[in-house]
Design a protein around this ligand. Sequence first.
Ligand code: NAP
Length: 404
Amino acid sequence: MDTFQQHVIDPAICIRCNTCEDTCPLDAVSHDSRNYVVDPEICNACGACISPCPTGAIDNWRAVVKGAAYSLEEQFSWDDLPEENAALAGITPEHDAIGGEDAVAIQAVDTARGSATAPRSAASPTTNLYGIKRPAEATIAGNFRLTGAETASDVRHIVLDFGSLPFPVLEGQSIGVIPPGTDAAGRPHHARQYSIASPRNGERPGYNNLSLTVKRVAAGQDGNAVDGVCSNYLCDLEKGATVKVIGPFGASFLMPDTPLSPLLMICTGTGSAPMRAMTERRRRLNHPGDENRLMLFFGARTPEELPYFGPLKKLPNRFIDVNLAFSRVPGSPKRYVQDALMERISDVAQLLADPGTHIYVCGLRGMEDGVIAALSAAADAGALDWPNLHAEMKREGRIHFETY
Ligand code: NAP
């Protein structure tokens, strides 16, 4: 019987972060409002999508008879993966056998901007401790508005406490929150992903808690009114309420555990969450000599809409070099993080030349092109070969993107 291992995505674990669809060099992954699916006619099991997936939902395979693969329609209808076909099980997944010429082929299609691996010195992350079928329960310990009351943008700092339940996290990881209730089709809502905004030892040091930076979604990308199911749920929660949490997720967007490594952090809006976590980690470490090593580029519409504006302004310059870019300040020209990077081009070039520098980019997907162009220009200004340096940083886990 002619069989093969069909690549499928586990809908019970998937947090719909779109990483697989973005990574697939063949555009074999697509999604509807519910599920992410893999087209068996296109997927060649190259494996490019496997390691970037934060949950491992992507790494599922089902032995099927050729010509009888699960169709896209079937995959869109799944709430769980179908059982293994015992008669066909035991066939080696083709992606396990990648090597030699296949490996070269994968390298040739490696168009990702960030590294799929963590920095060499990063602490080992715990991932997937809690899943959809056995979520952790956390209690809201605080819910504070971060943005000015006069702005339409309602961004909140939400603290979750896990009590005595183990929930170990590292800076740069994320969690999934399961909103209660069902969608229009009567199925339970899927989990939404949020980056952790606090360091590994808790929002409050020594406490088993963590924080999130959540923006209330009131409009879609097209500007039409939509109520974000999970963001509105979270933003409305009061202290003492309980929430279902899965994760933690993420094994690459992690900071080096070398306390003096320079960090170049570039973010927009709520993409500041992991930058806050990393900055606070370094501040708490308070390592002798940790001066002039953190450089932050942070974009928001206005100062009133920039999360953590007040606390950021209080950090000493010698600890963190903060560069803010505002795009909608009346009477001022639109300014993006990439413009701010260009204004500091020689300092950025100096950071790029340091083999210990790690770069983190988080926020709007649209910023990626501009940020890469600015980094490339800075490399040129420092007489560095950007394509080579970029490839080296990716190999060494020193450049990371998390954009949506
Ligand atoms: P936002 O307020 O819509 O935008 C922040 C700033 O980025 C604004 O000044 C905006 O300018 C600017 N911007 C727009 N296009 C840009 C471009 N091409 N290059 C550079 N800057 C650009 O941001 P937000 O609503 O907070 O969204 C942040 C994003 O981060 C979301 O997509 C979110 O999903 C993602 N994220 C969130 C988390 C989390 O934990 N909450 C974690 C990771 C990522 P204008 O709009 O004025 O043009």
